[in-house]
Design a protein around this ligand. Structure first.
Ligand SMILES: [Zn+2]
Length: 286
């Protein structure tokens, strides 16, 4: 038997935020939610391509999926689950949590979870806020997640960014509530000379892979798992272009899409990855 180079390594969180090219936060002011149903959907084909890419190395991950997507493409959700991945929630239609009242958030969570559980046949116990929209503004959100029975959230970006971020949050998994076991697993940021640097999603796509490799090794050296994320539309250079979006959003969204699949394949091969529920279990056992 060939020795496994990953044996004994810290398992890192591999996560995919499943949403279509027209559902991203950067375009929400130029594409009306009411038009989503009439736009050419590419999420099913792109997510199938992600499943194939993961299958090459046998890596398992968590697919934080919009309820809207699960409702329209239940067979896709079933394929994700059947391949051994975790199906988790990304909310119903990508509204950011700090725009909700607690009651509206509760309703959004319930609607999304019903669609995801119906389609997957799995219990949904994980949640990722759209655009990492749990921060110092909405401390009630974690309490709502615990109340709804979620085991973990991965909704915090502990970094300063123009659209999101909670710079003061811990970099590693923490329990945000004194009276509940809910675990928050922030996405990984590298720490270089006291500065925090985002590493997933568009940052991974636009910057050299070596930066993300450095971040994964840095947190693993501290005995912690990394938490990586990306989107299925990021491996799709053929997606329609949104002409009237702000220039900065377009520069970010369309940059280096063609190189993404190859970079991902390398990253997945170089580190040990797992589902986020497994990462949470690993941190609870430590
Ligand atoms: Zn998203």
């Amino acid at each position: 038997m060939r020795p496994d180079p990953m044996a004994g390594a810290v398992l890192n969180g591999l996560s995919v935020d499943v949403e279509d090219w027209f559902q991203v936060g950067a375009f929400e002011h130029v594409i009306d939610r009411g038009d989503w149903g009439s736009l050419p959907s590419r999420v099913e084909a792109n997510t199938d391509a992600v499943l194939s890419l993961f299958a090459e190395s046998g890596a398992k991950g968590t697919f934080f999926t919009l309820g809207w997507v699960a409702h329209r493409f239940p067979a896709l959700i079933r394929r994700i689950a059947d391949a051994g991945h975790e199906v988790a929630s990304h909310g119903w239609d990508h509204r950011r949590v700090f725009t909700f009242t607690p009651a509206e958030f509760r309703a959004d969570l319930a609607q999304a979870r019903a669609a995801l559980e119906d389609a997957s046949g799995q219990a949904v116990t994980g949640y990722r806020a759209p655009s990492f929209s749990i921060d110092a503004r909405n401390p009630w959100a974690h309490a709502e997640l615990a109340e709804a029975g979620y085991r973990y959230s991965s909704s915090v970006a502990p970094v300063r960014h123009d659209h999101y971020g909670w710079r003061e949050a811990p970099r590693y998994a923490f329990r945000p509530l004194a009276d509940a076991g809910l675990v928050e697993v922030p996405v990984t940021v590298a720490e270089i000379a006291g500065r925090r640097l985002a590493t997933g999603g568009g940052f991974f796509r636009m910057l050299p892979s070596a930066i993300t490799d450095f971040a994964v090794r840095q947190v693993n050296a501290e005995g912690q798992p990394a938490m990586f994320y990306f989107h299925p539309w990021e491996i799709d250079p053929g997606q329609p272009r949104v002409a009237d979006a702000p220039l900065r959003s377009k520069l970010r969204h369309y940059s280096r899409l063609g190189a993404m699949a190859g970079k991902l394949r390398g990253l997945v091969a170089r580190h040990a990855w797992g589902r986020v529920d497994a990462i949470v279990a690993q941190s609870e056992a430590a």
